[in-house]
Ligand binder design. Structure first.
Ligand code: HEM
Length: 412
């Protein structure tokens, strides 16, 4: 198959920074003319993923219905067969991917999911809600009198890191370190420039924590994982589980908060609507920001047989790229999709949390954190605005702002 020009190839880590987000001009074109689009391997792409043999290429789905249908059908489109990311893995490296909760054999995935779900259910979340509100207030306390700060790390990343640590039962003295590793983890494309591999550091903490929870079981998630008699997870599975949560719960929530503040400044009319009645609009506004930005822009599946998607043939073993970002701008579902509209009636139909058996388990928790943090921001430092252009992460995976200096009227 032909090699596409780099700027038309999703394997180009400079695409997101240059377009300030996912390349919607490409997604829109493909959705209209080539909705199951072959993205070939890119010889210029330097593979940064440890253990991966490279990227052979993949089919990009840009229609909402196709992304949804494939996400719902684990029999035909597997999360287990060849990981859930564009990078390919073989042998031991593939086995390590499969130890990850998100890529387990369906029966094992269902069993683990049963054990980890309770803390994410509404009643448990209601229990930690006051703590999250308190922390959100403390985070804004720490910057409100300064009149300026760097929003991503001084504000947005702190709540998800704290929440992850609370959920797992990670003691205070490890929290800064977990935050640093979590940040480095999302930065896949420049990982080689970090002094140490964040996965190794997180595995050390995971094993220490697992040991502690075996000795002293408690009500935290890590304790449930290591002490559940039905699961019998080995060290690899525990490490991978810890890694998934360190990454899944952190960078995504942090980026959505940063996008929120940025968008409210780009669309002052929308911000005015929100400020008029915060409680009425905030939930829909969060969904609209998720739809509009799709911080986790994609995951992948592997076709288990020669089959078709939306009338287009795919072969057994082919990788399928679920473009949540493209699906969330499909005009057949979201009229005028490039319009940012916090009153959009069906904003919550977005696929930013995925769909089907692997739908994000942390979606409610993420929204709860965002609501708590944004309430503090919008009510206490409402004129917050970026100073200069925000900086985007070099990534083929995350639509993330990684630096956004902001200014606001200091709280007296
Ligand atoms: C705005 C924030 C978030 C976004 C955009 C997001 C996005 C996603 C997406 C797209 C998936 C689907 C993966 C797939 O289909 O293969 C997913 C799964 C997952 N997310 Fe999130 N996530 C967010 C927050 C969180 C939080 C706060 C947590 C936990 C603390 C979390 C934990 C997980 C886990 C464990 C899975 C795997 C579910 C499975 O495979 O069954 N996420 N997330």
């Amino acid at each position: 198959m032909p090699v596409a020009h780099a700027s038309e190839n999703l394997l180009d880590a400079s695409l997101f920074p240059s377009e300030q987000g996912p390349p919607h001009r490409l997604f829109d074109k493909w959705r209209q003319t080539d909705p199951v689009h072959w993205n070939p391997s890119n010889p210029d792409y330097v593979n940064p993923m440890p253990g991966s043999s490279g990227v052979r290429g993949f089919w990009v789905l840009t229609r909402y219905k196709d992304v949804l249908d494939v996400s719902m059908d684990q029999n035909r489109f597997s999360s287990f067969e060849n990981s859930i990311v564009v990078w390919d893995f073989e042998g031991g490296a593939l086995e390590r991917q499969r130890a990850n909760f998100m890529s387990m054999r369906p029966a094992d995935h269902a069993a683990v999911k049963k054990v980890i779900l309770p803390p994410f259910m509404p009643r448990a979340l209601a229990g930690i809600s006051p703590q999250i509100d308190r922390l959100a207030a403390e985070i804004v306390d720490s910057v409100a009198r300064r009149g300026e700060c760097e929003f991503v790390f001084d504000v947005a990343s702190r709540l998800p890191v704290y929440t992850f640590c609370e959920l797992m039962g990670i003691p205070e003295h490890h929290r800064e370190q977990v935050a640093d590793y979590g940040n480095a983890l999302a930065d896949v494309e420049s990982r080689s420039s970090h002094s140490s591999d964040p996965t190794v550091g997180l595995f050390v903490i995971a094993q220490e924590l697992a040991e502690e929870k075996r000795r002293n079981p408690d009500s935290h998630l890590m304790s449930a994982m290591v002490n559940d008699r039905t699961l019998n997870l080995d060290d690899d599975a525990i490490n991978q589980f810890f890694l998934v949560f360190a990454m899944a719960g952190h960078e995504t929530t942090r980026s959505t908060a940063a996008h929120f503040v940025n968008l409210m400044n780009l669309y002052p009319d929308q911000y005015a609507i929100l400020r008029e009645d915060f409680d009425k609009h905030i939930d829909n506004a969060i969904d609209e920001v998720l739809r509009f930005t799709s911080t986790t822009t994609n995951f992948t599946r592997t076709a288990m047989a020669d089959t078709e998607i939306g009338g287009c043939a795919v072969k057994k073993g082919d990788k399928i790229y679920l473009s949540y970002a493209a699906a969330n701008r499909d005009p057949t579902v979201f009229p005028d999709p490039d319009q940012f509209d916090i009153t959009r009636v069906n904003a919550k139909r977005h696929l930013a949390f995925g769909a089907g058996p692997h739908i994000c388990v942390g979606a409610r928790l993420a929204k709860m954190q965002l609501r708590a943090l944004l309430k503090q921001i919008v009510t206490r430092i409402p004129d917050i605005h970026p100073v200069g252009e925000p900086e985007w992460l070099r990534s083929i995976w995350f639509n993330a702002i990684i630096k956004m200096p902001v200014a606001f009227s200091a709280e007296q």
